[in-house]
Write a protein that binds this ligand. Structure first.
Ligand code: GSH
Length: 236
């Protein structure tokens, strides 16, 4: 059984792993959400007794393996459970796309924490507003435009890498869901630029295991402690 370690009250980066585990439908433990689990996670983050310690959550225990970095974990799960393309070139490309999602998430986080991760949002509001302006104007069109063009290259495929679902599709679902939560006004106006991404989001949400997960208590609601936060003043 897999054991996921991630902060217990947010979707954050852990959600990308939860979505893959839910789609694979193998029982897993969300360890930090169990009693005493967060303390266990902190102990592992101290690195004591671990030969390959993680730097930050999420990380996944798979038997004797302890794997960190979201894109790395998804590549591992994808290969084991049919969520990665079978060819080497395809798998490398899926990994490349996950790393691009990783880059995007850093910039999403920067919108509310442009100065310091340890500081409160309230202590960096002015800078956050400026950073978000640039993000929405230049960076979102660049990242989402890239993923949209990727989908447009395969007009007859249901998913980003072909007819079969991959971990990349699950992550693009989460990315679009998060953007819709954090910047609803902006995304409403920008929707006409991203028809294929929005259709993919709906297609993934309608998959039976994902649909069941999204309405279950296991899906933590978006909130203002996670990566995708809604601050009305930033969503103009
Ligand atoms: N590149 C890593 C980033 C991991 C990361 O930043 N994790 C956050 C939570 S989403 C964290 O707890 N970071 C602690 C820190 O950076 O000090 C990944 O994609 O998994």
């Amino acid at each position: 059984m897999y054991e996921l370690y991630y902060w217990s009250e947010i979707q954050g980066r852990g959600e990308f792993i939860r979505l893959a585990l839910e789609e694979i439908a193998i029982p897993y433990r969300d360890r930090a959400r169990e009693p005493g689990g967060e303390a266990a996670m902190m102990k592992m983050l101290s690195g004591r007794g671990l030969s390959q310690p993680p730097f930050a959550p999420p990380f996944l225990r798979a038997g004797k393996l302890l794997i960190a970095q979201t894109a790395n974990i998804l590549d591992f799960l994808g290969e084991r459970h049919g969520l990665s393309p079978p060819s080497e070139a395809g798998r490398l490309f899926a990994r490349q796309l996950q790393l691009t999602v990783t880059d995007f998430l850093v910039e999403v986080h920067d919108t509310h924490h442009p100065i310091g991760v340890q500081l409160y949002y309230e202590d960096q509001k002015r800078e956050a507003k400026r950073r978000t302006g640039e993000f929405l104007k230049a960076r979102v069109p660049k990242f989402l435009g890239y993923f949209e063009r990727l989908l447009a290259r395969r007009p007859r495929s249901a998913y980003s890498l072909g007819p079969r679902l991959s971990h990349v599709d699950l992550s693009l679902f989460q990315l679009m869901a998060g953007m819709g939560y954090a910047f609803p006004n902006y995304m409403r106006k920008a929707a006409r630029h991203y028809p294929k991404l929005l259709a993919l989001k709906e297609r993934v949400a309608a998959r039976p295991k994902i649909a069941a997960y999204l309405t279950s208590g296991r899906r933590i609601a978006f909130n203002e402690s996670g990566i995708f936060r809604h601050y009305a003043e930033l969503d103009r």
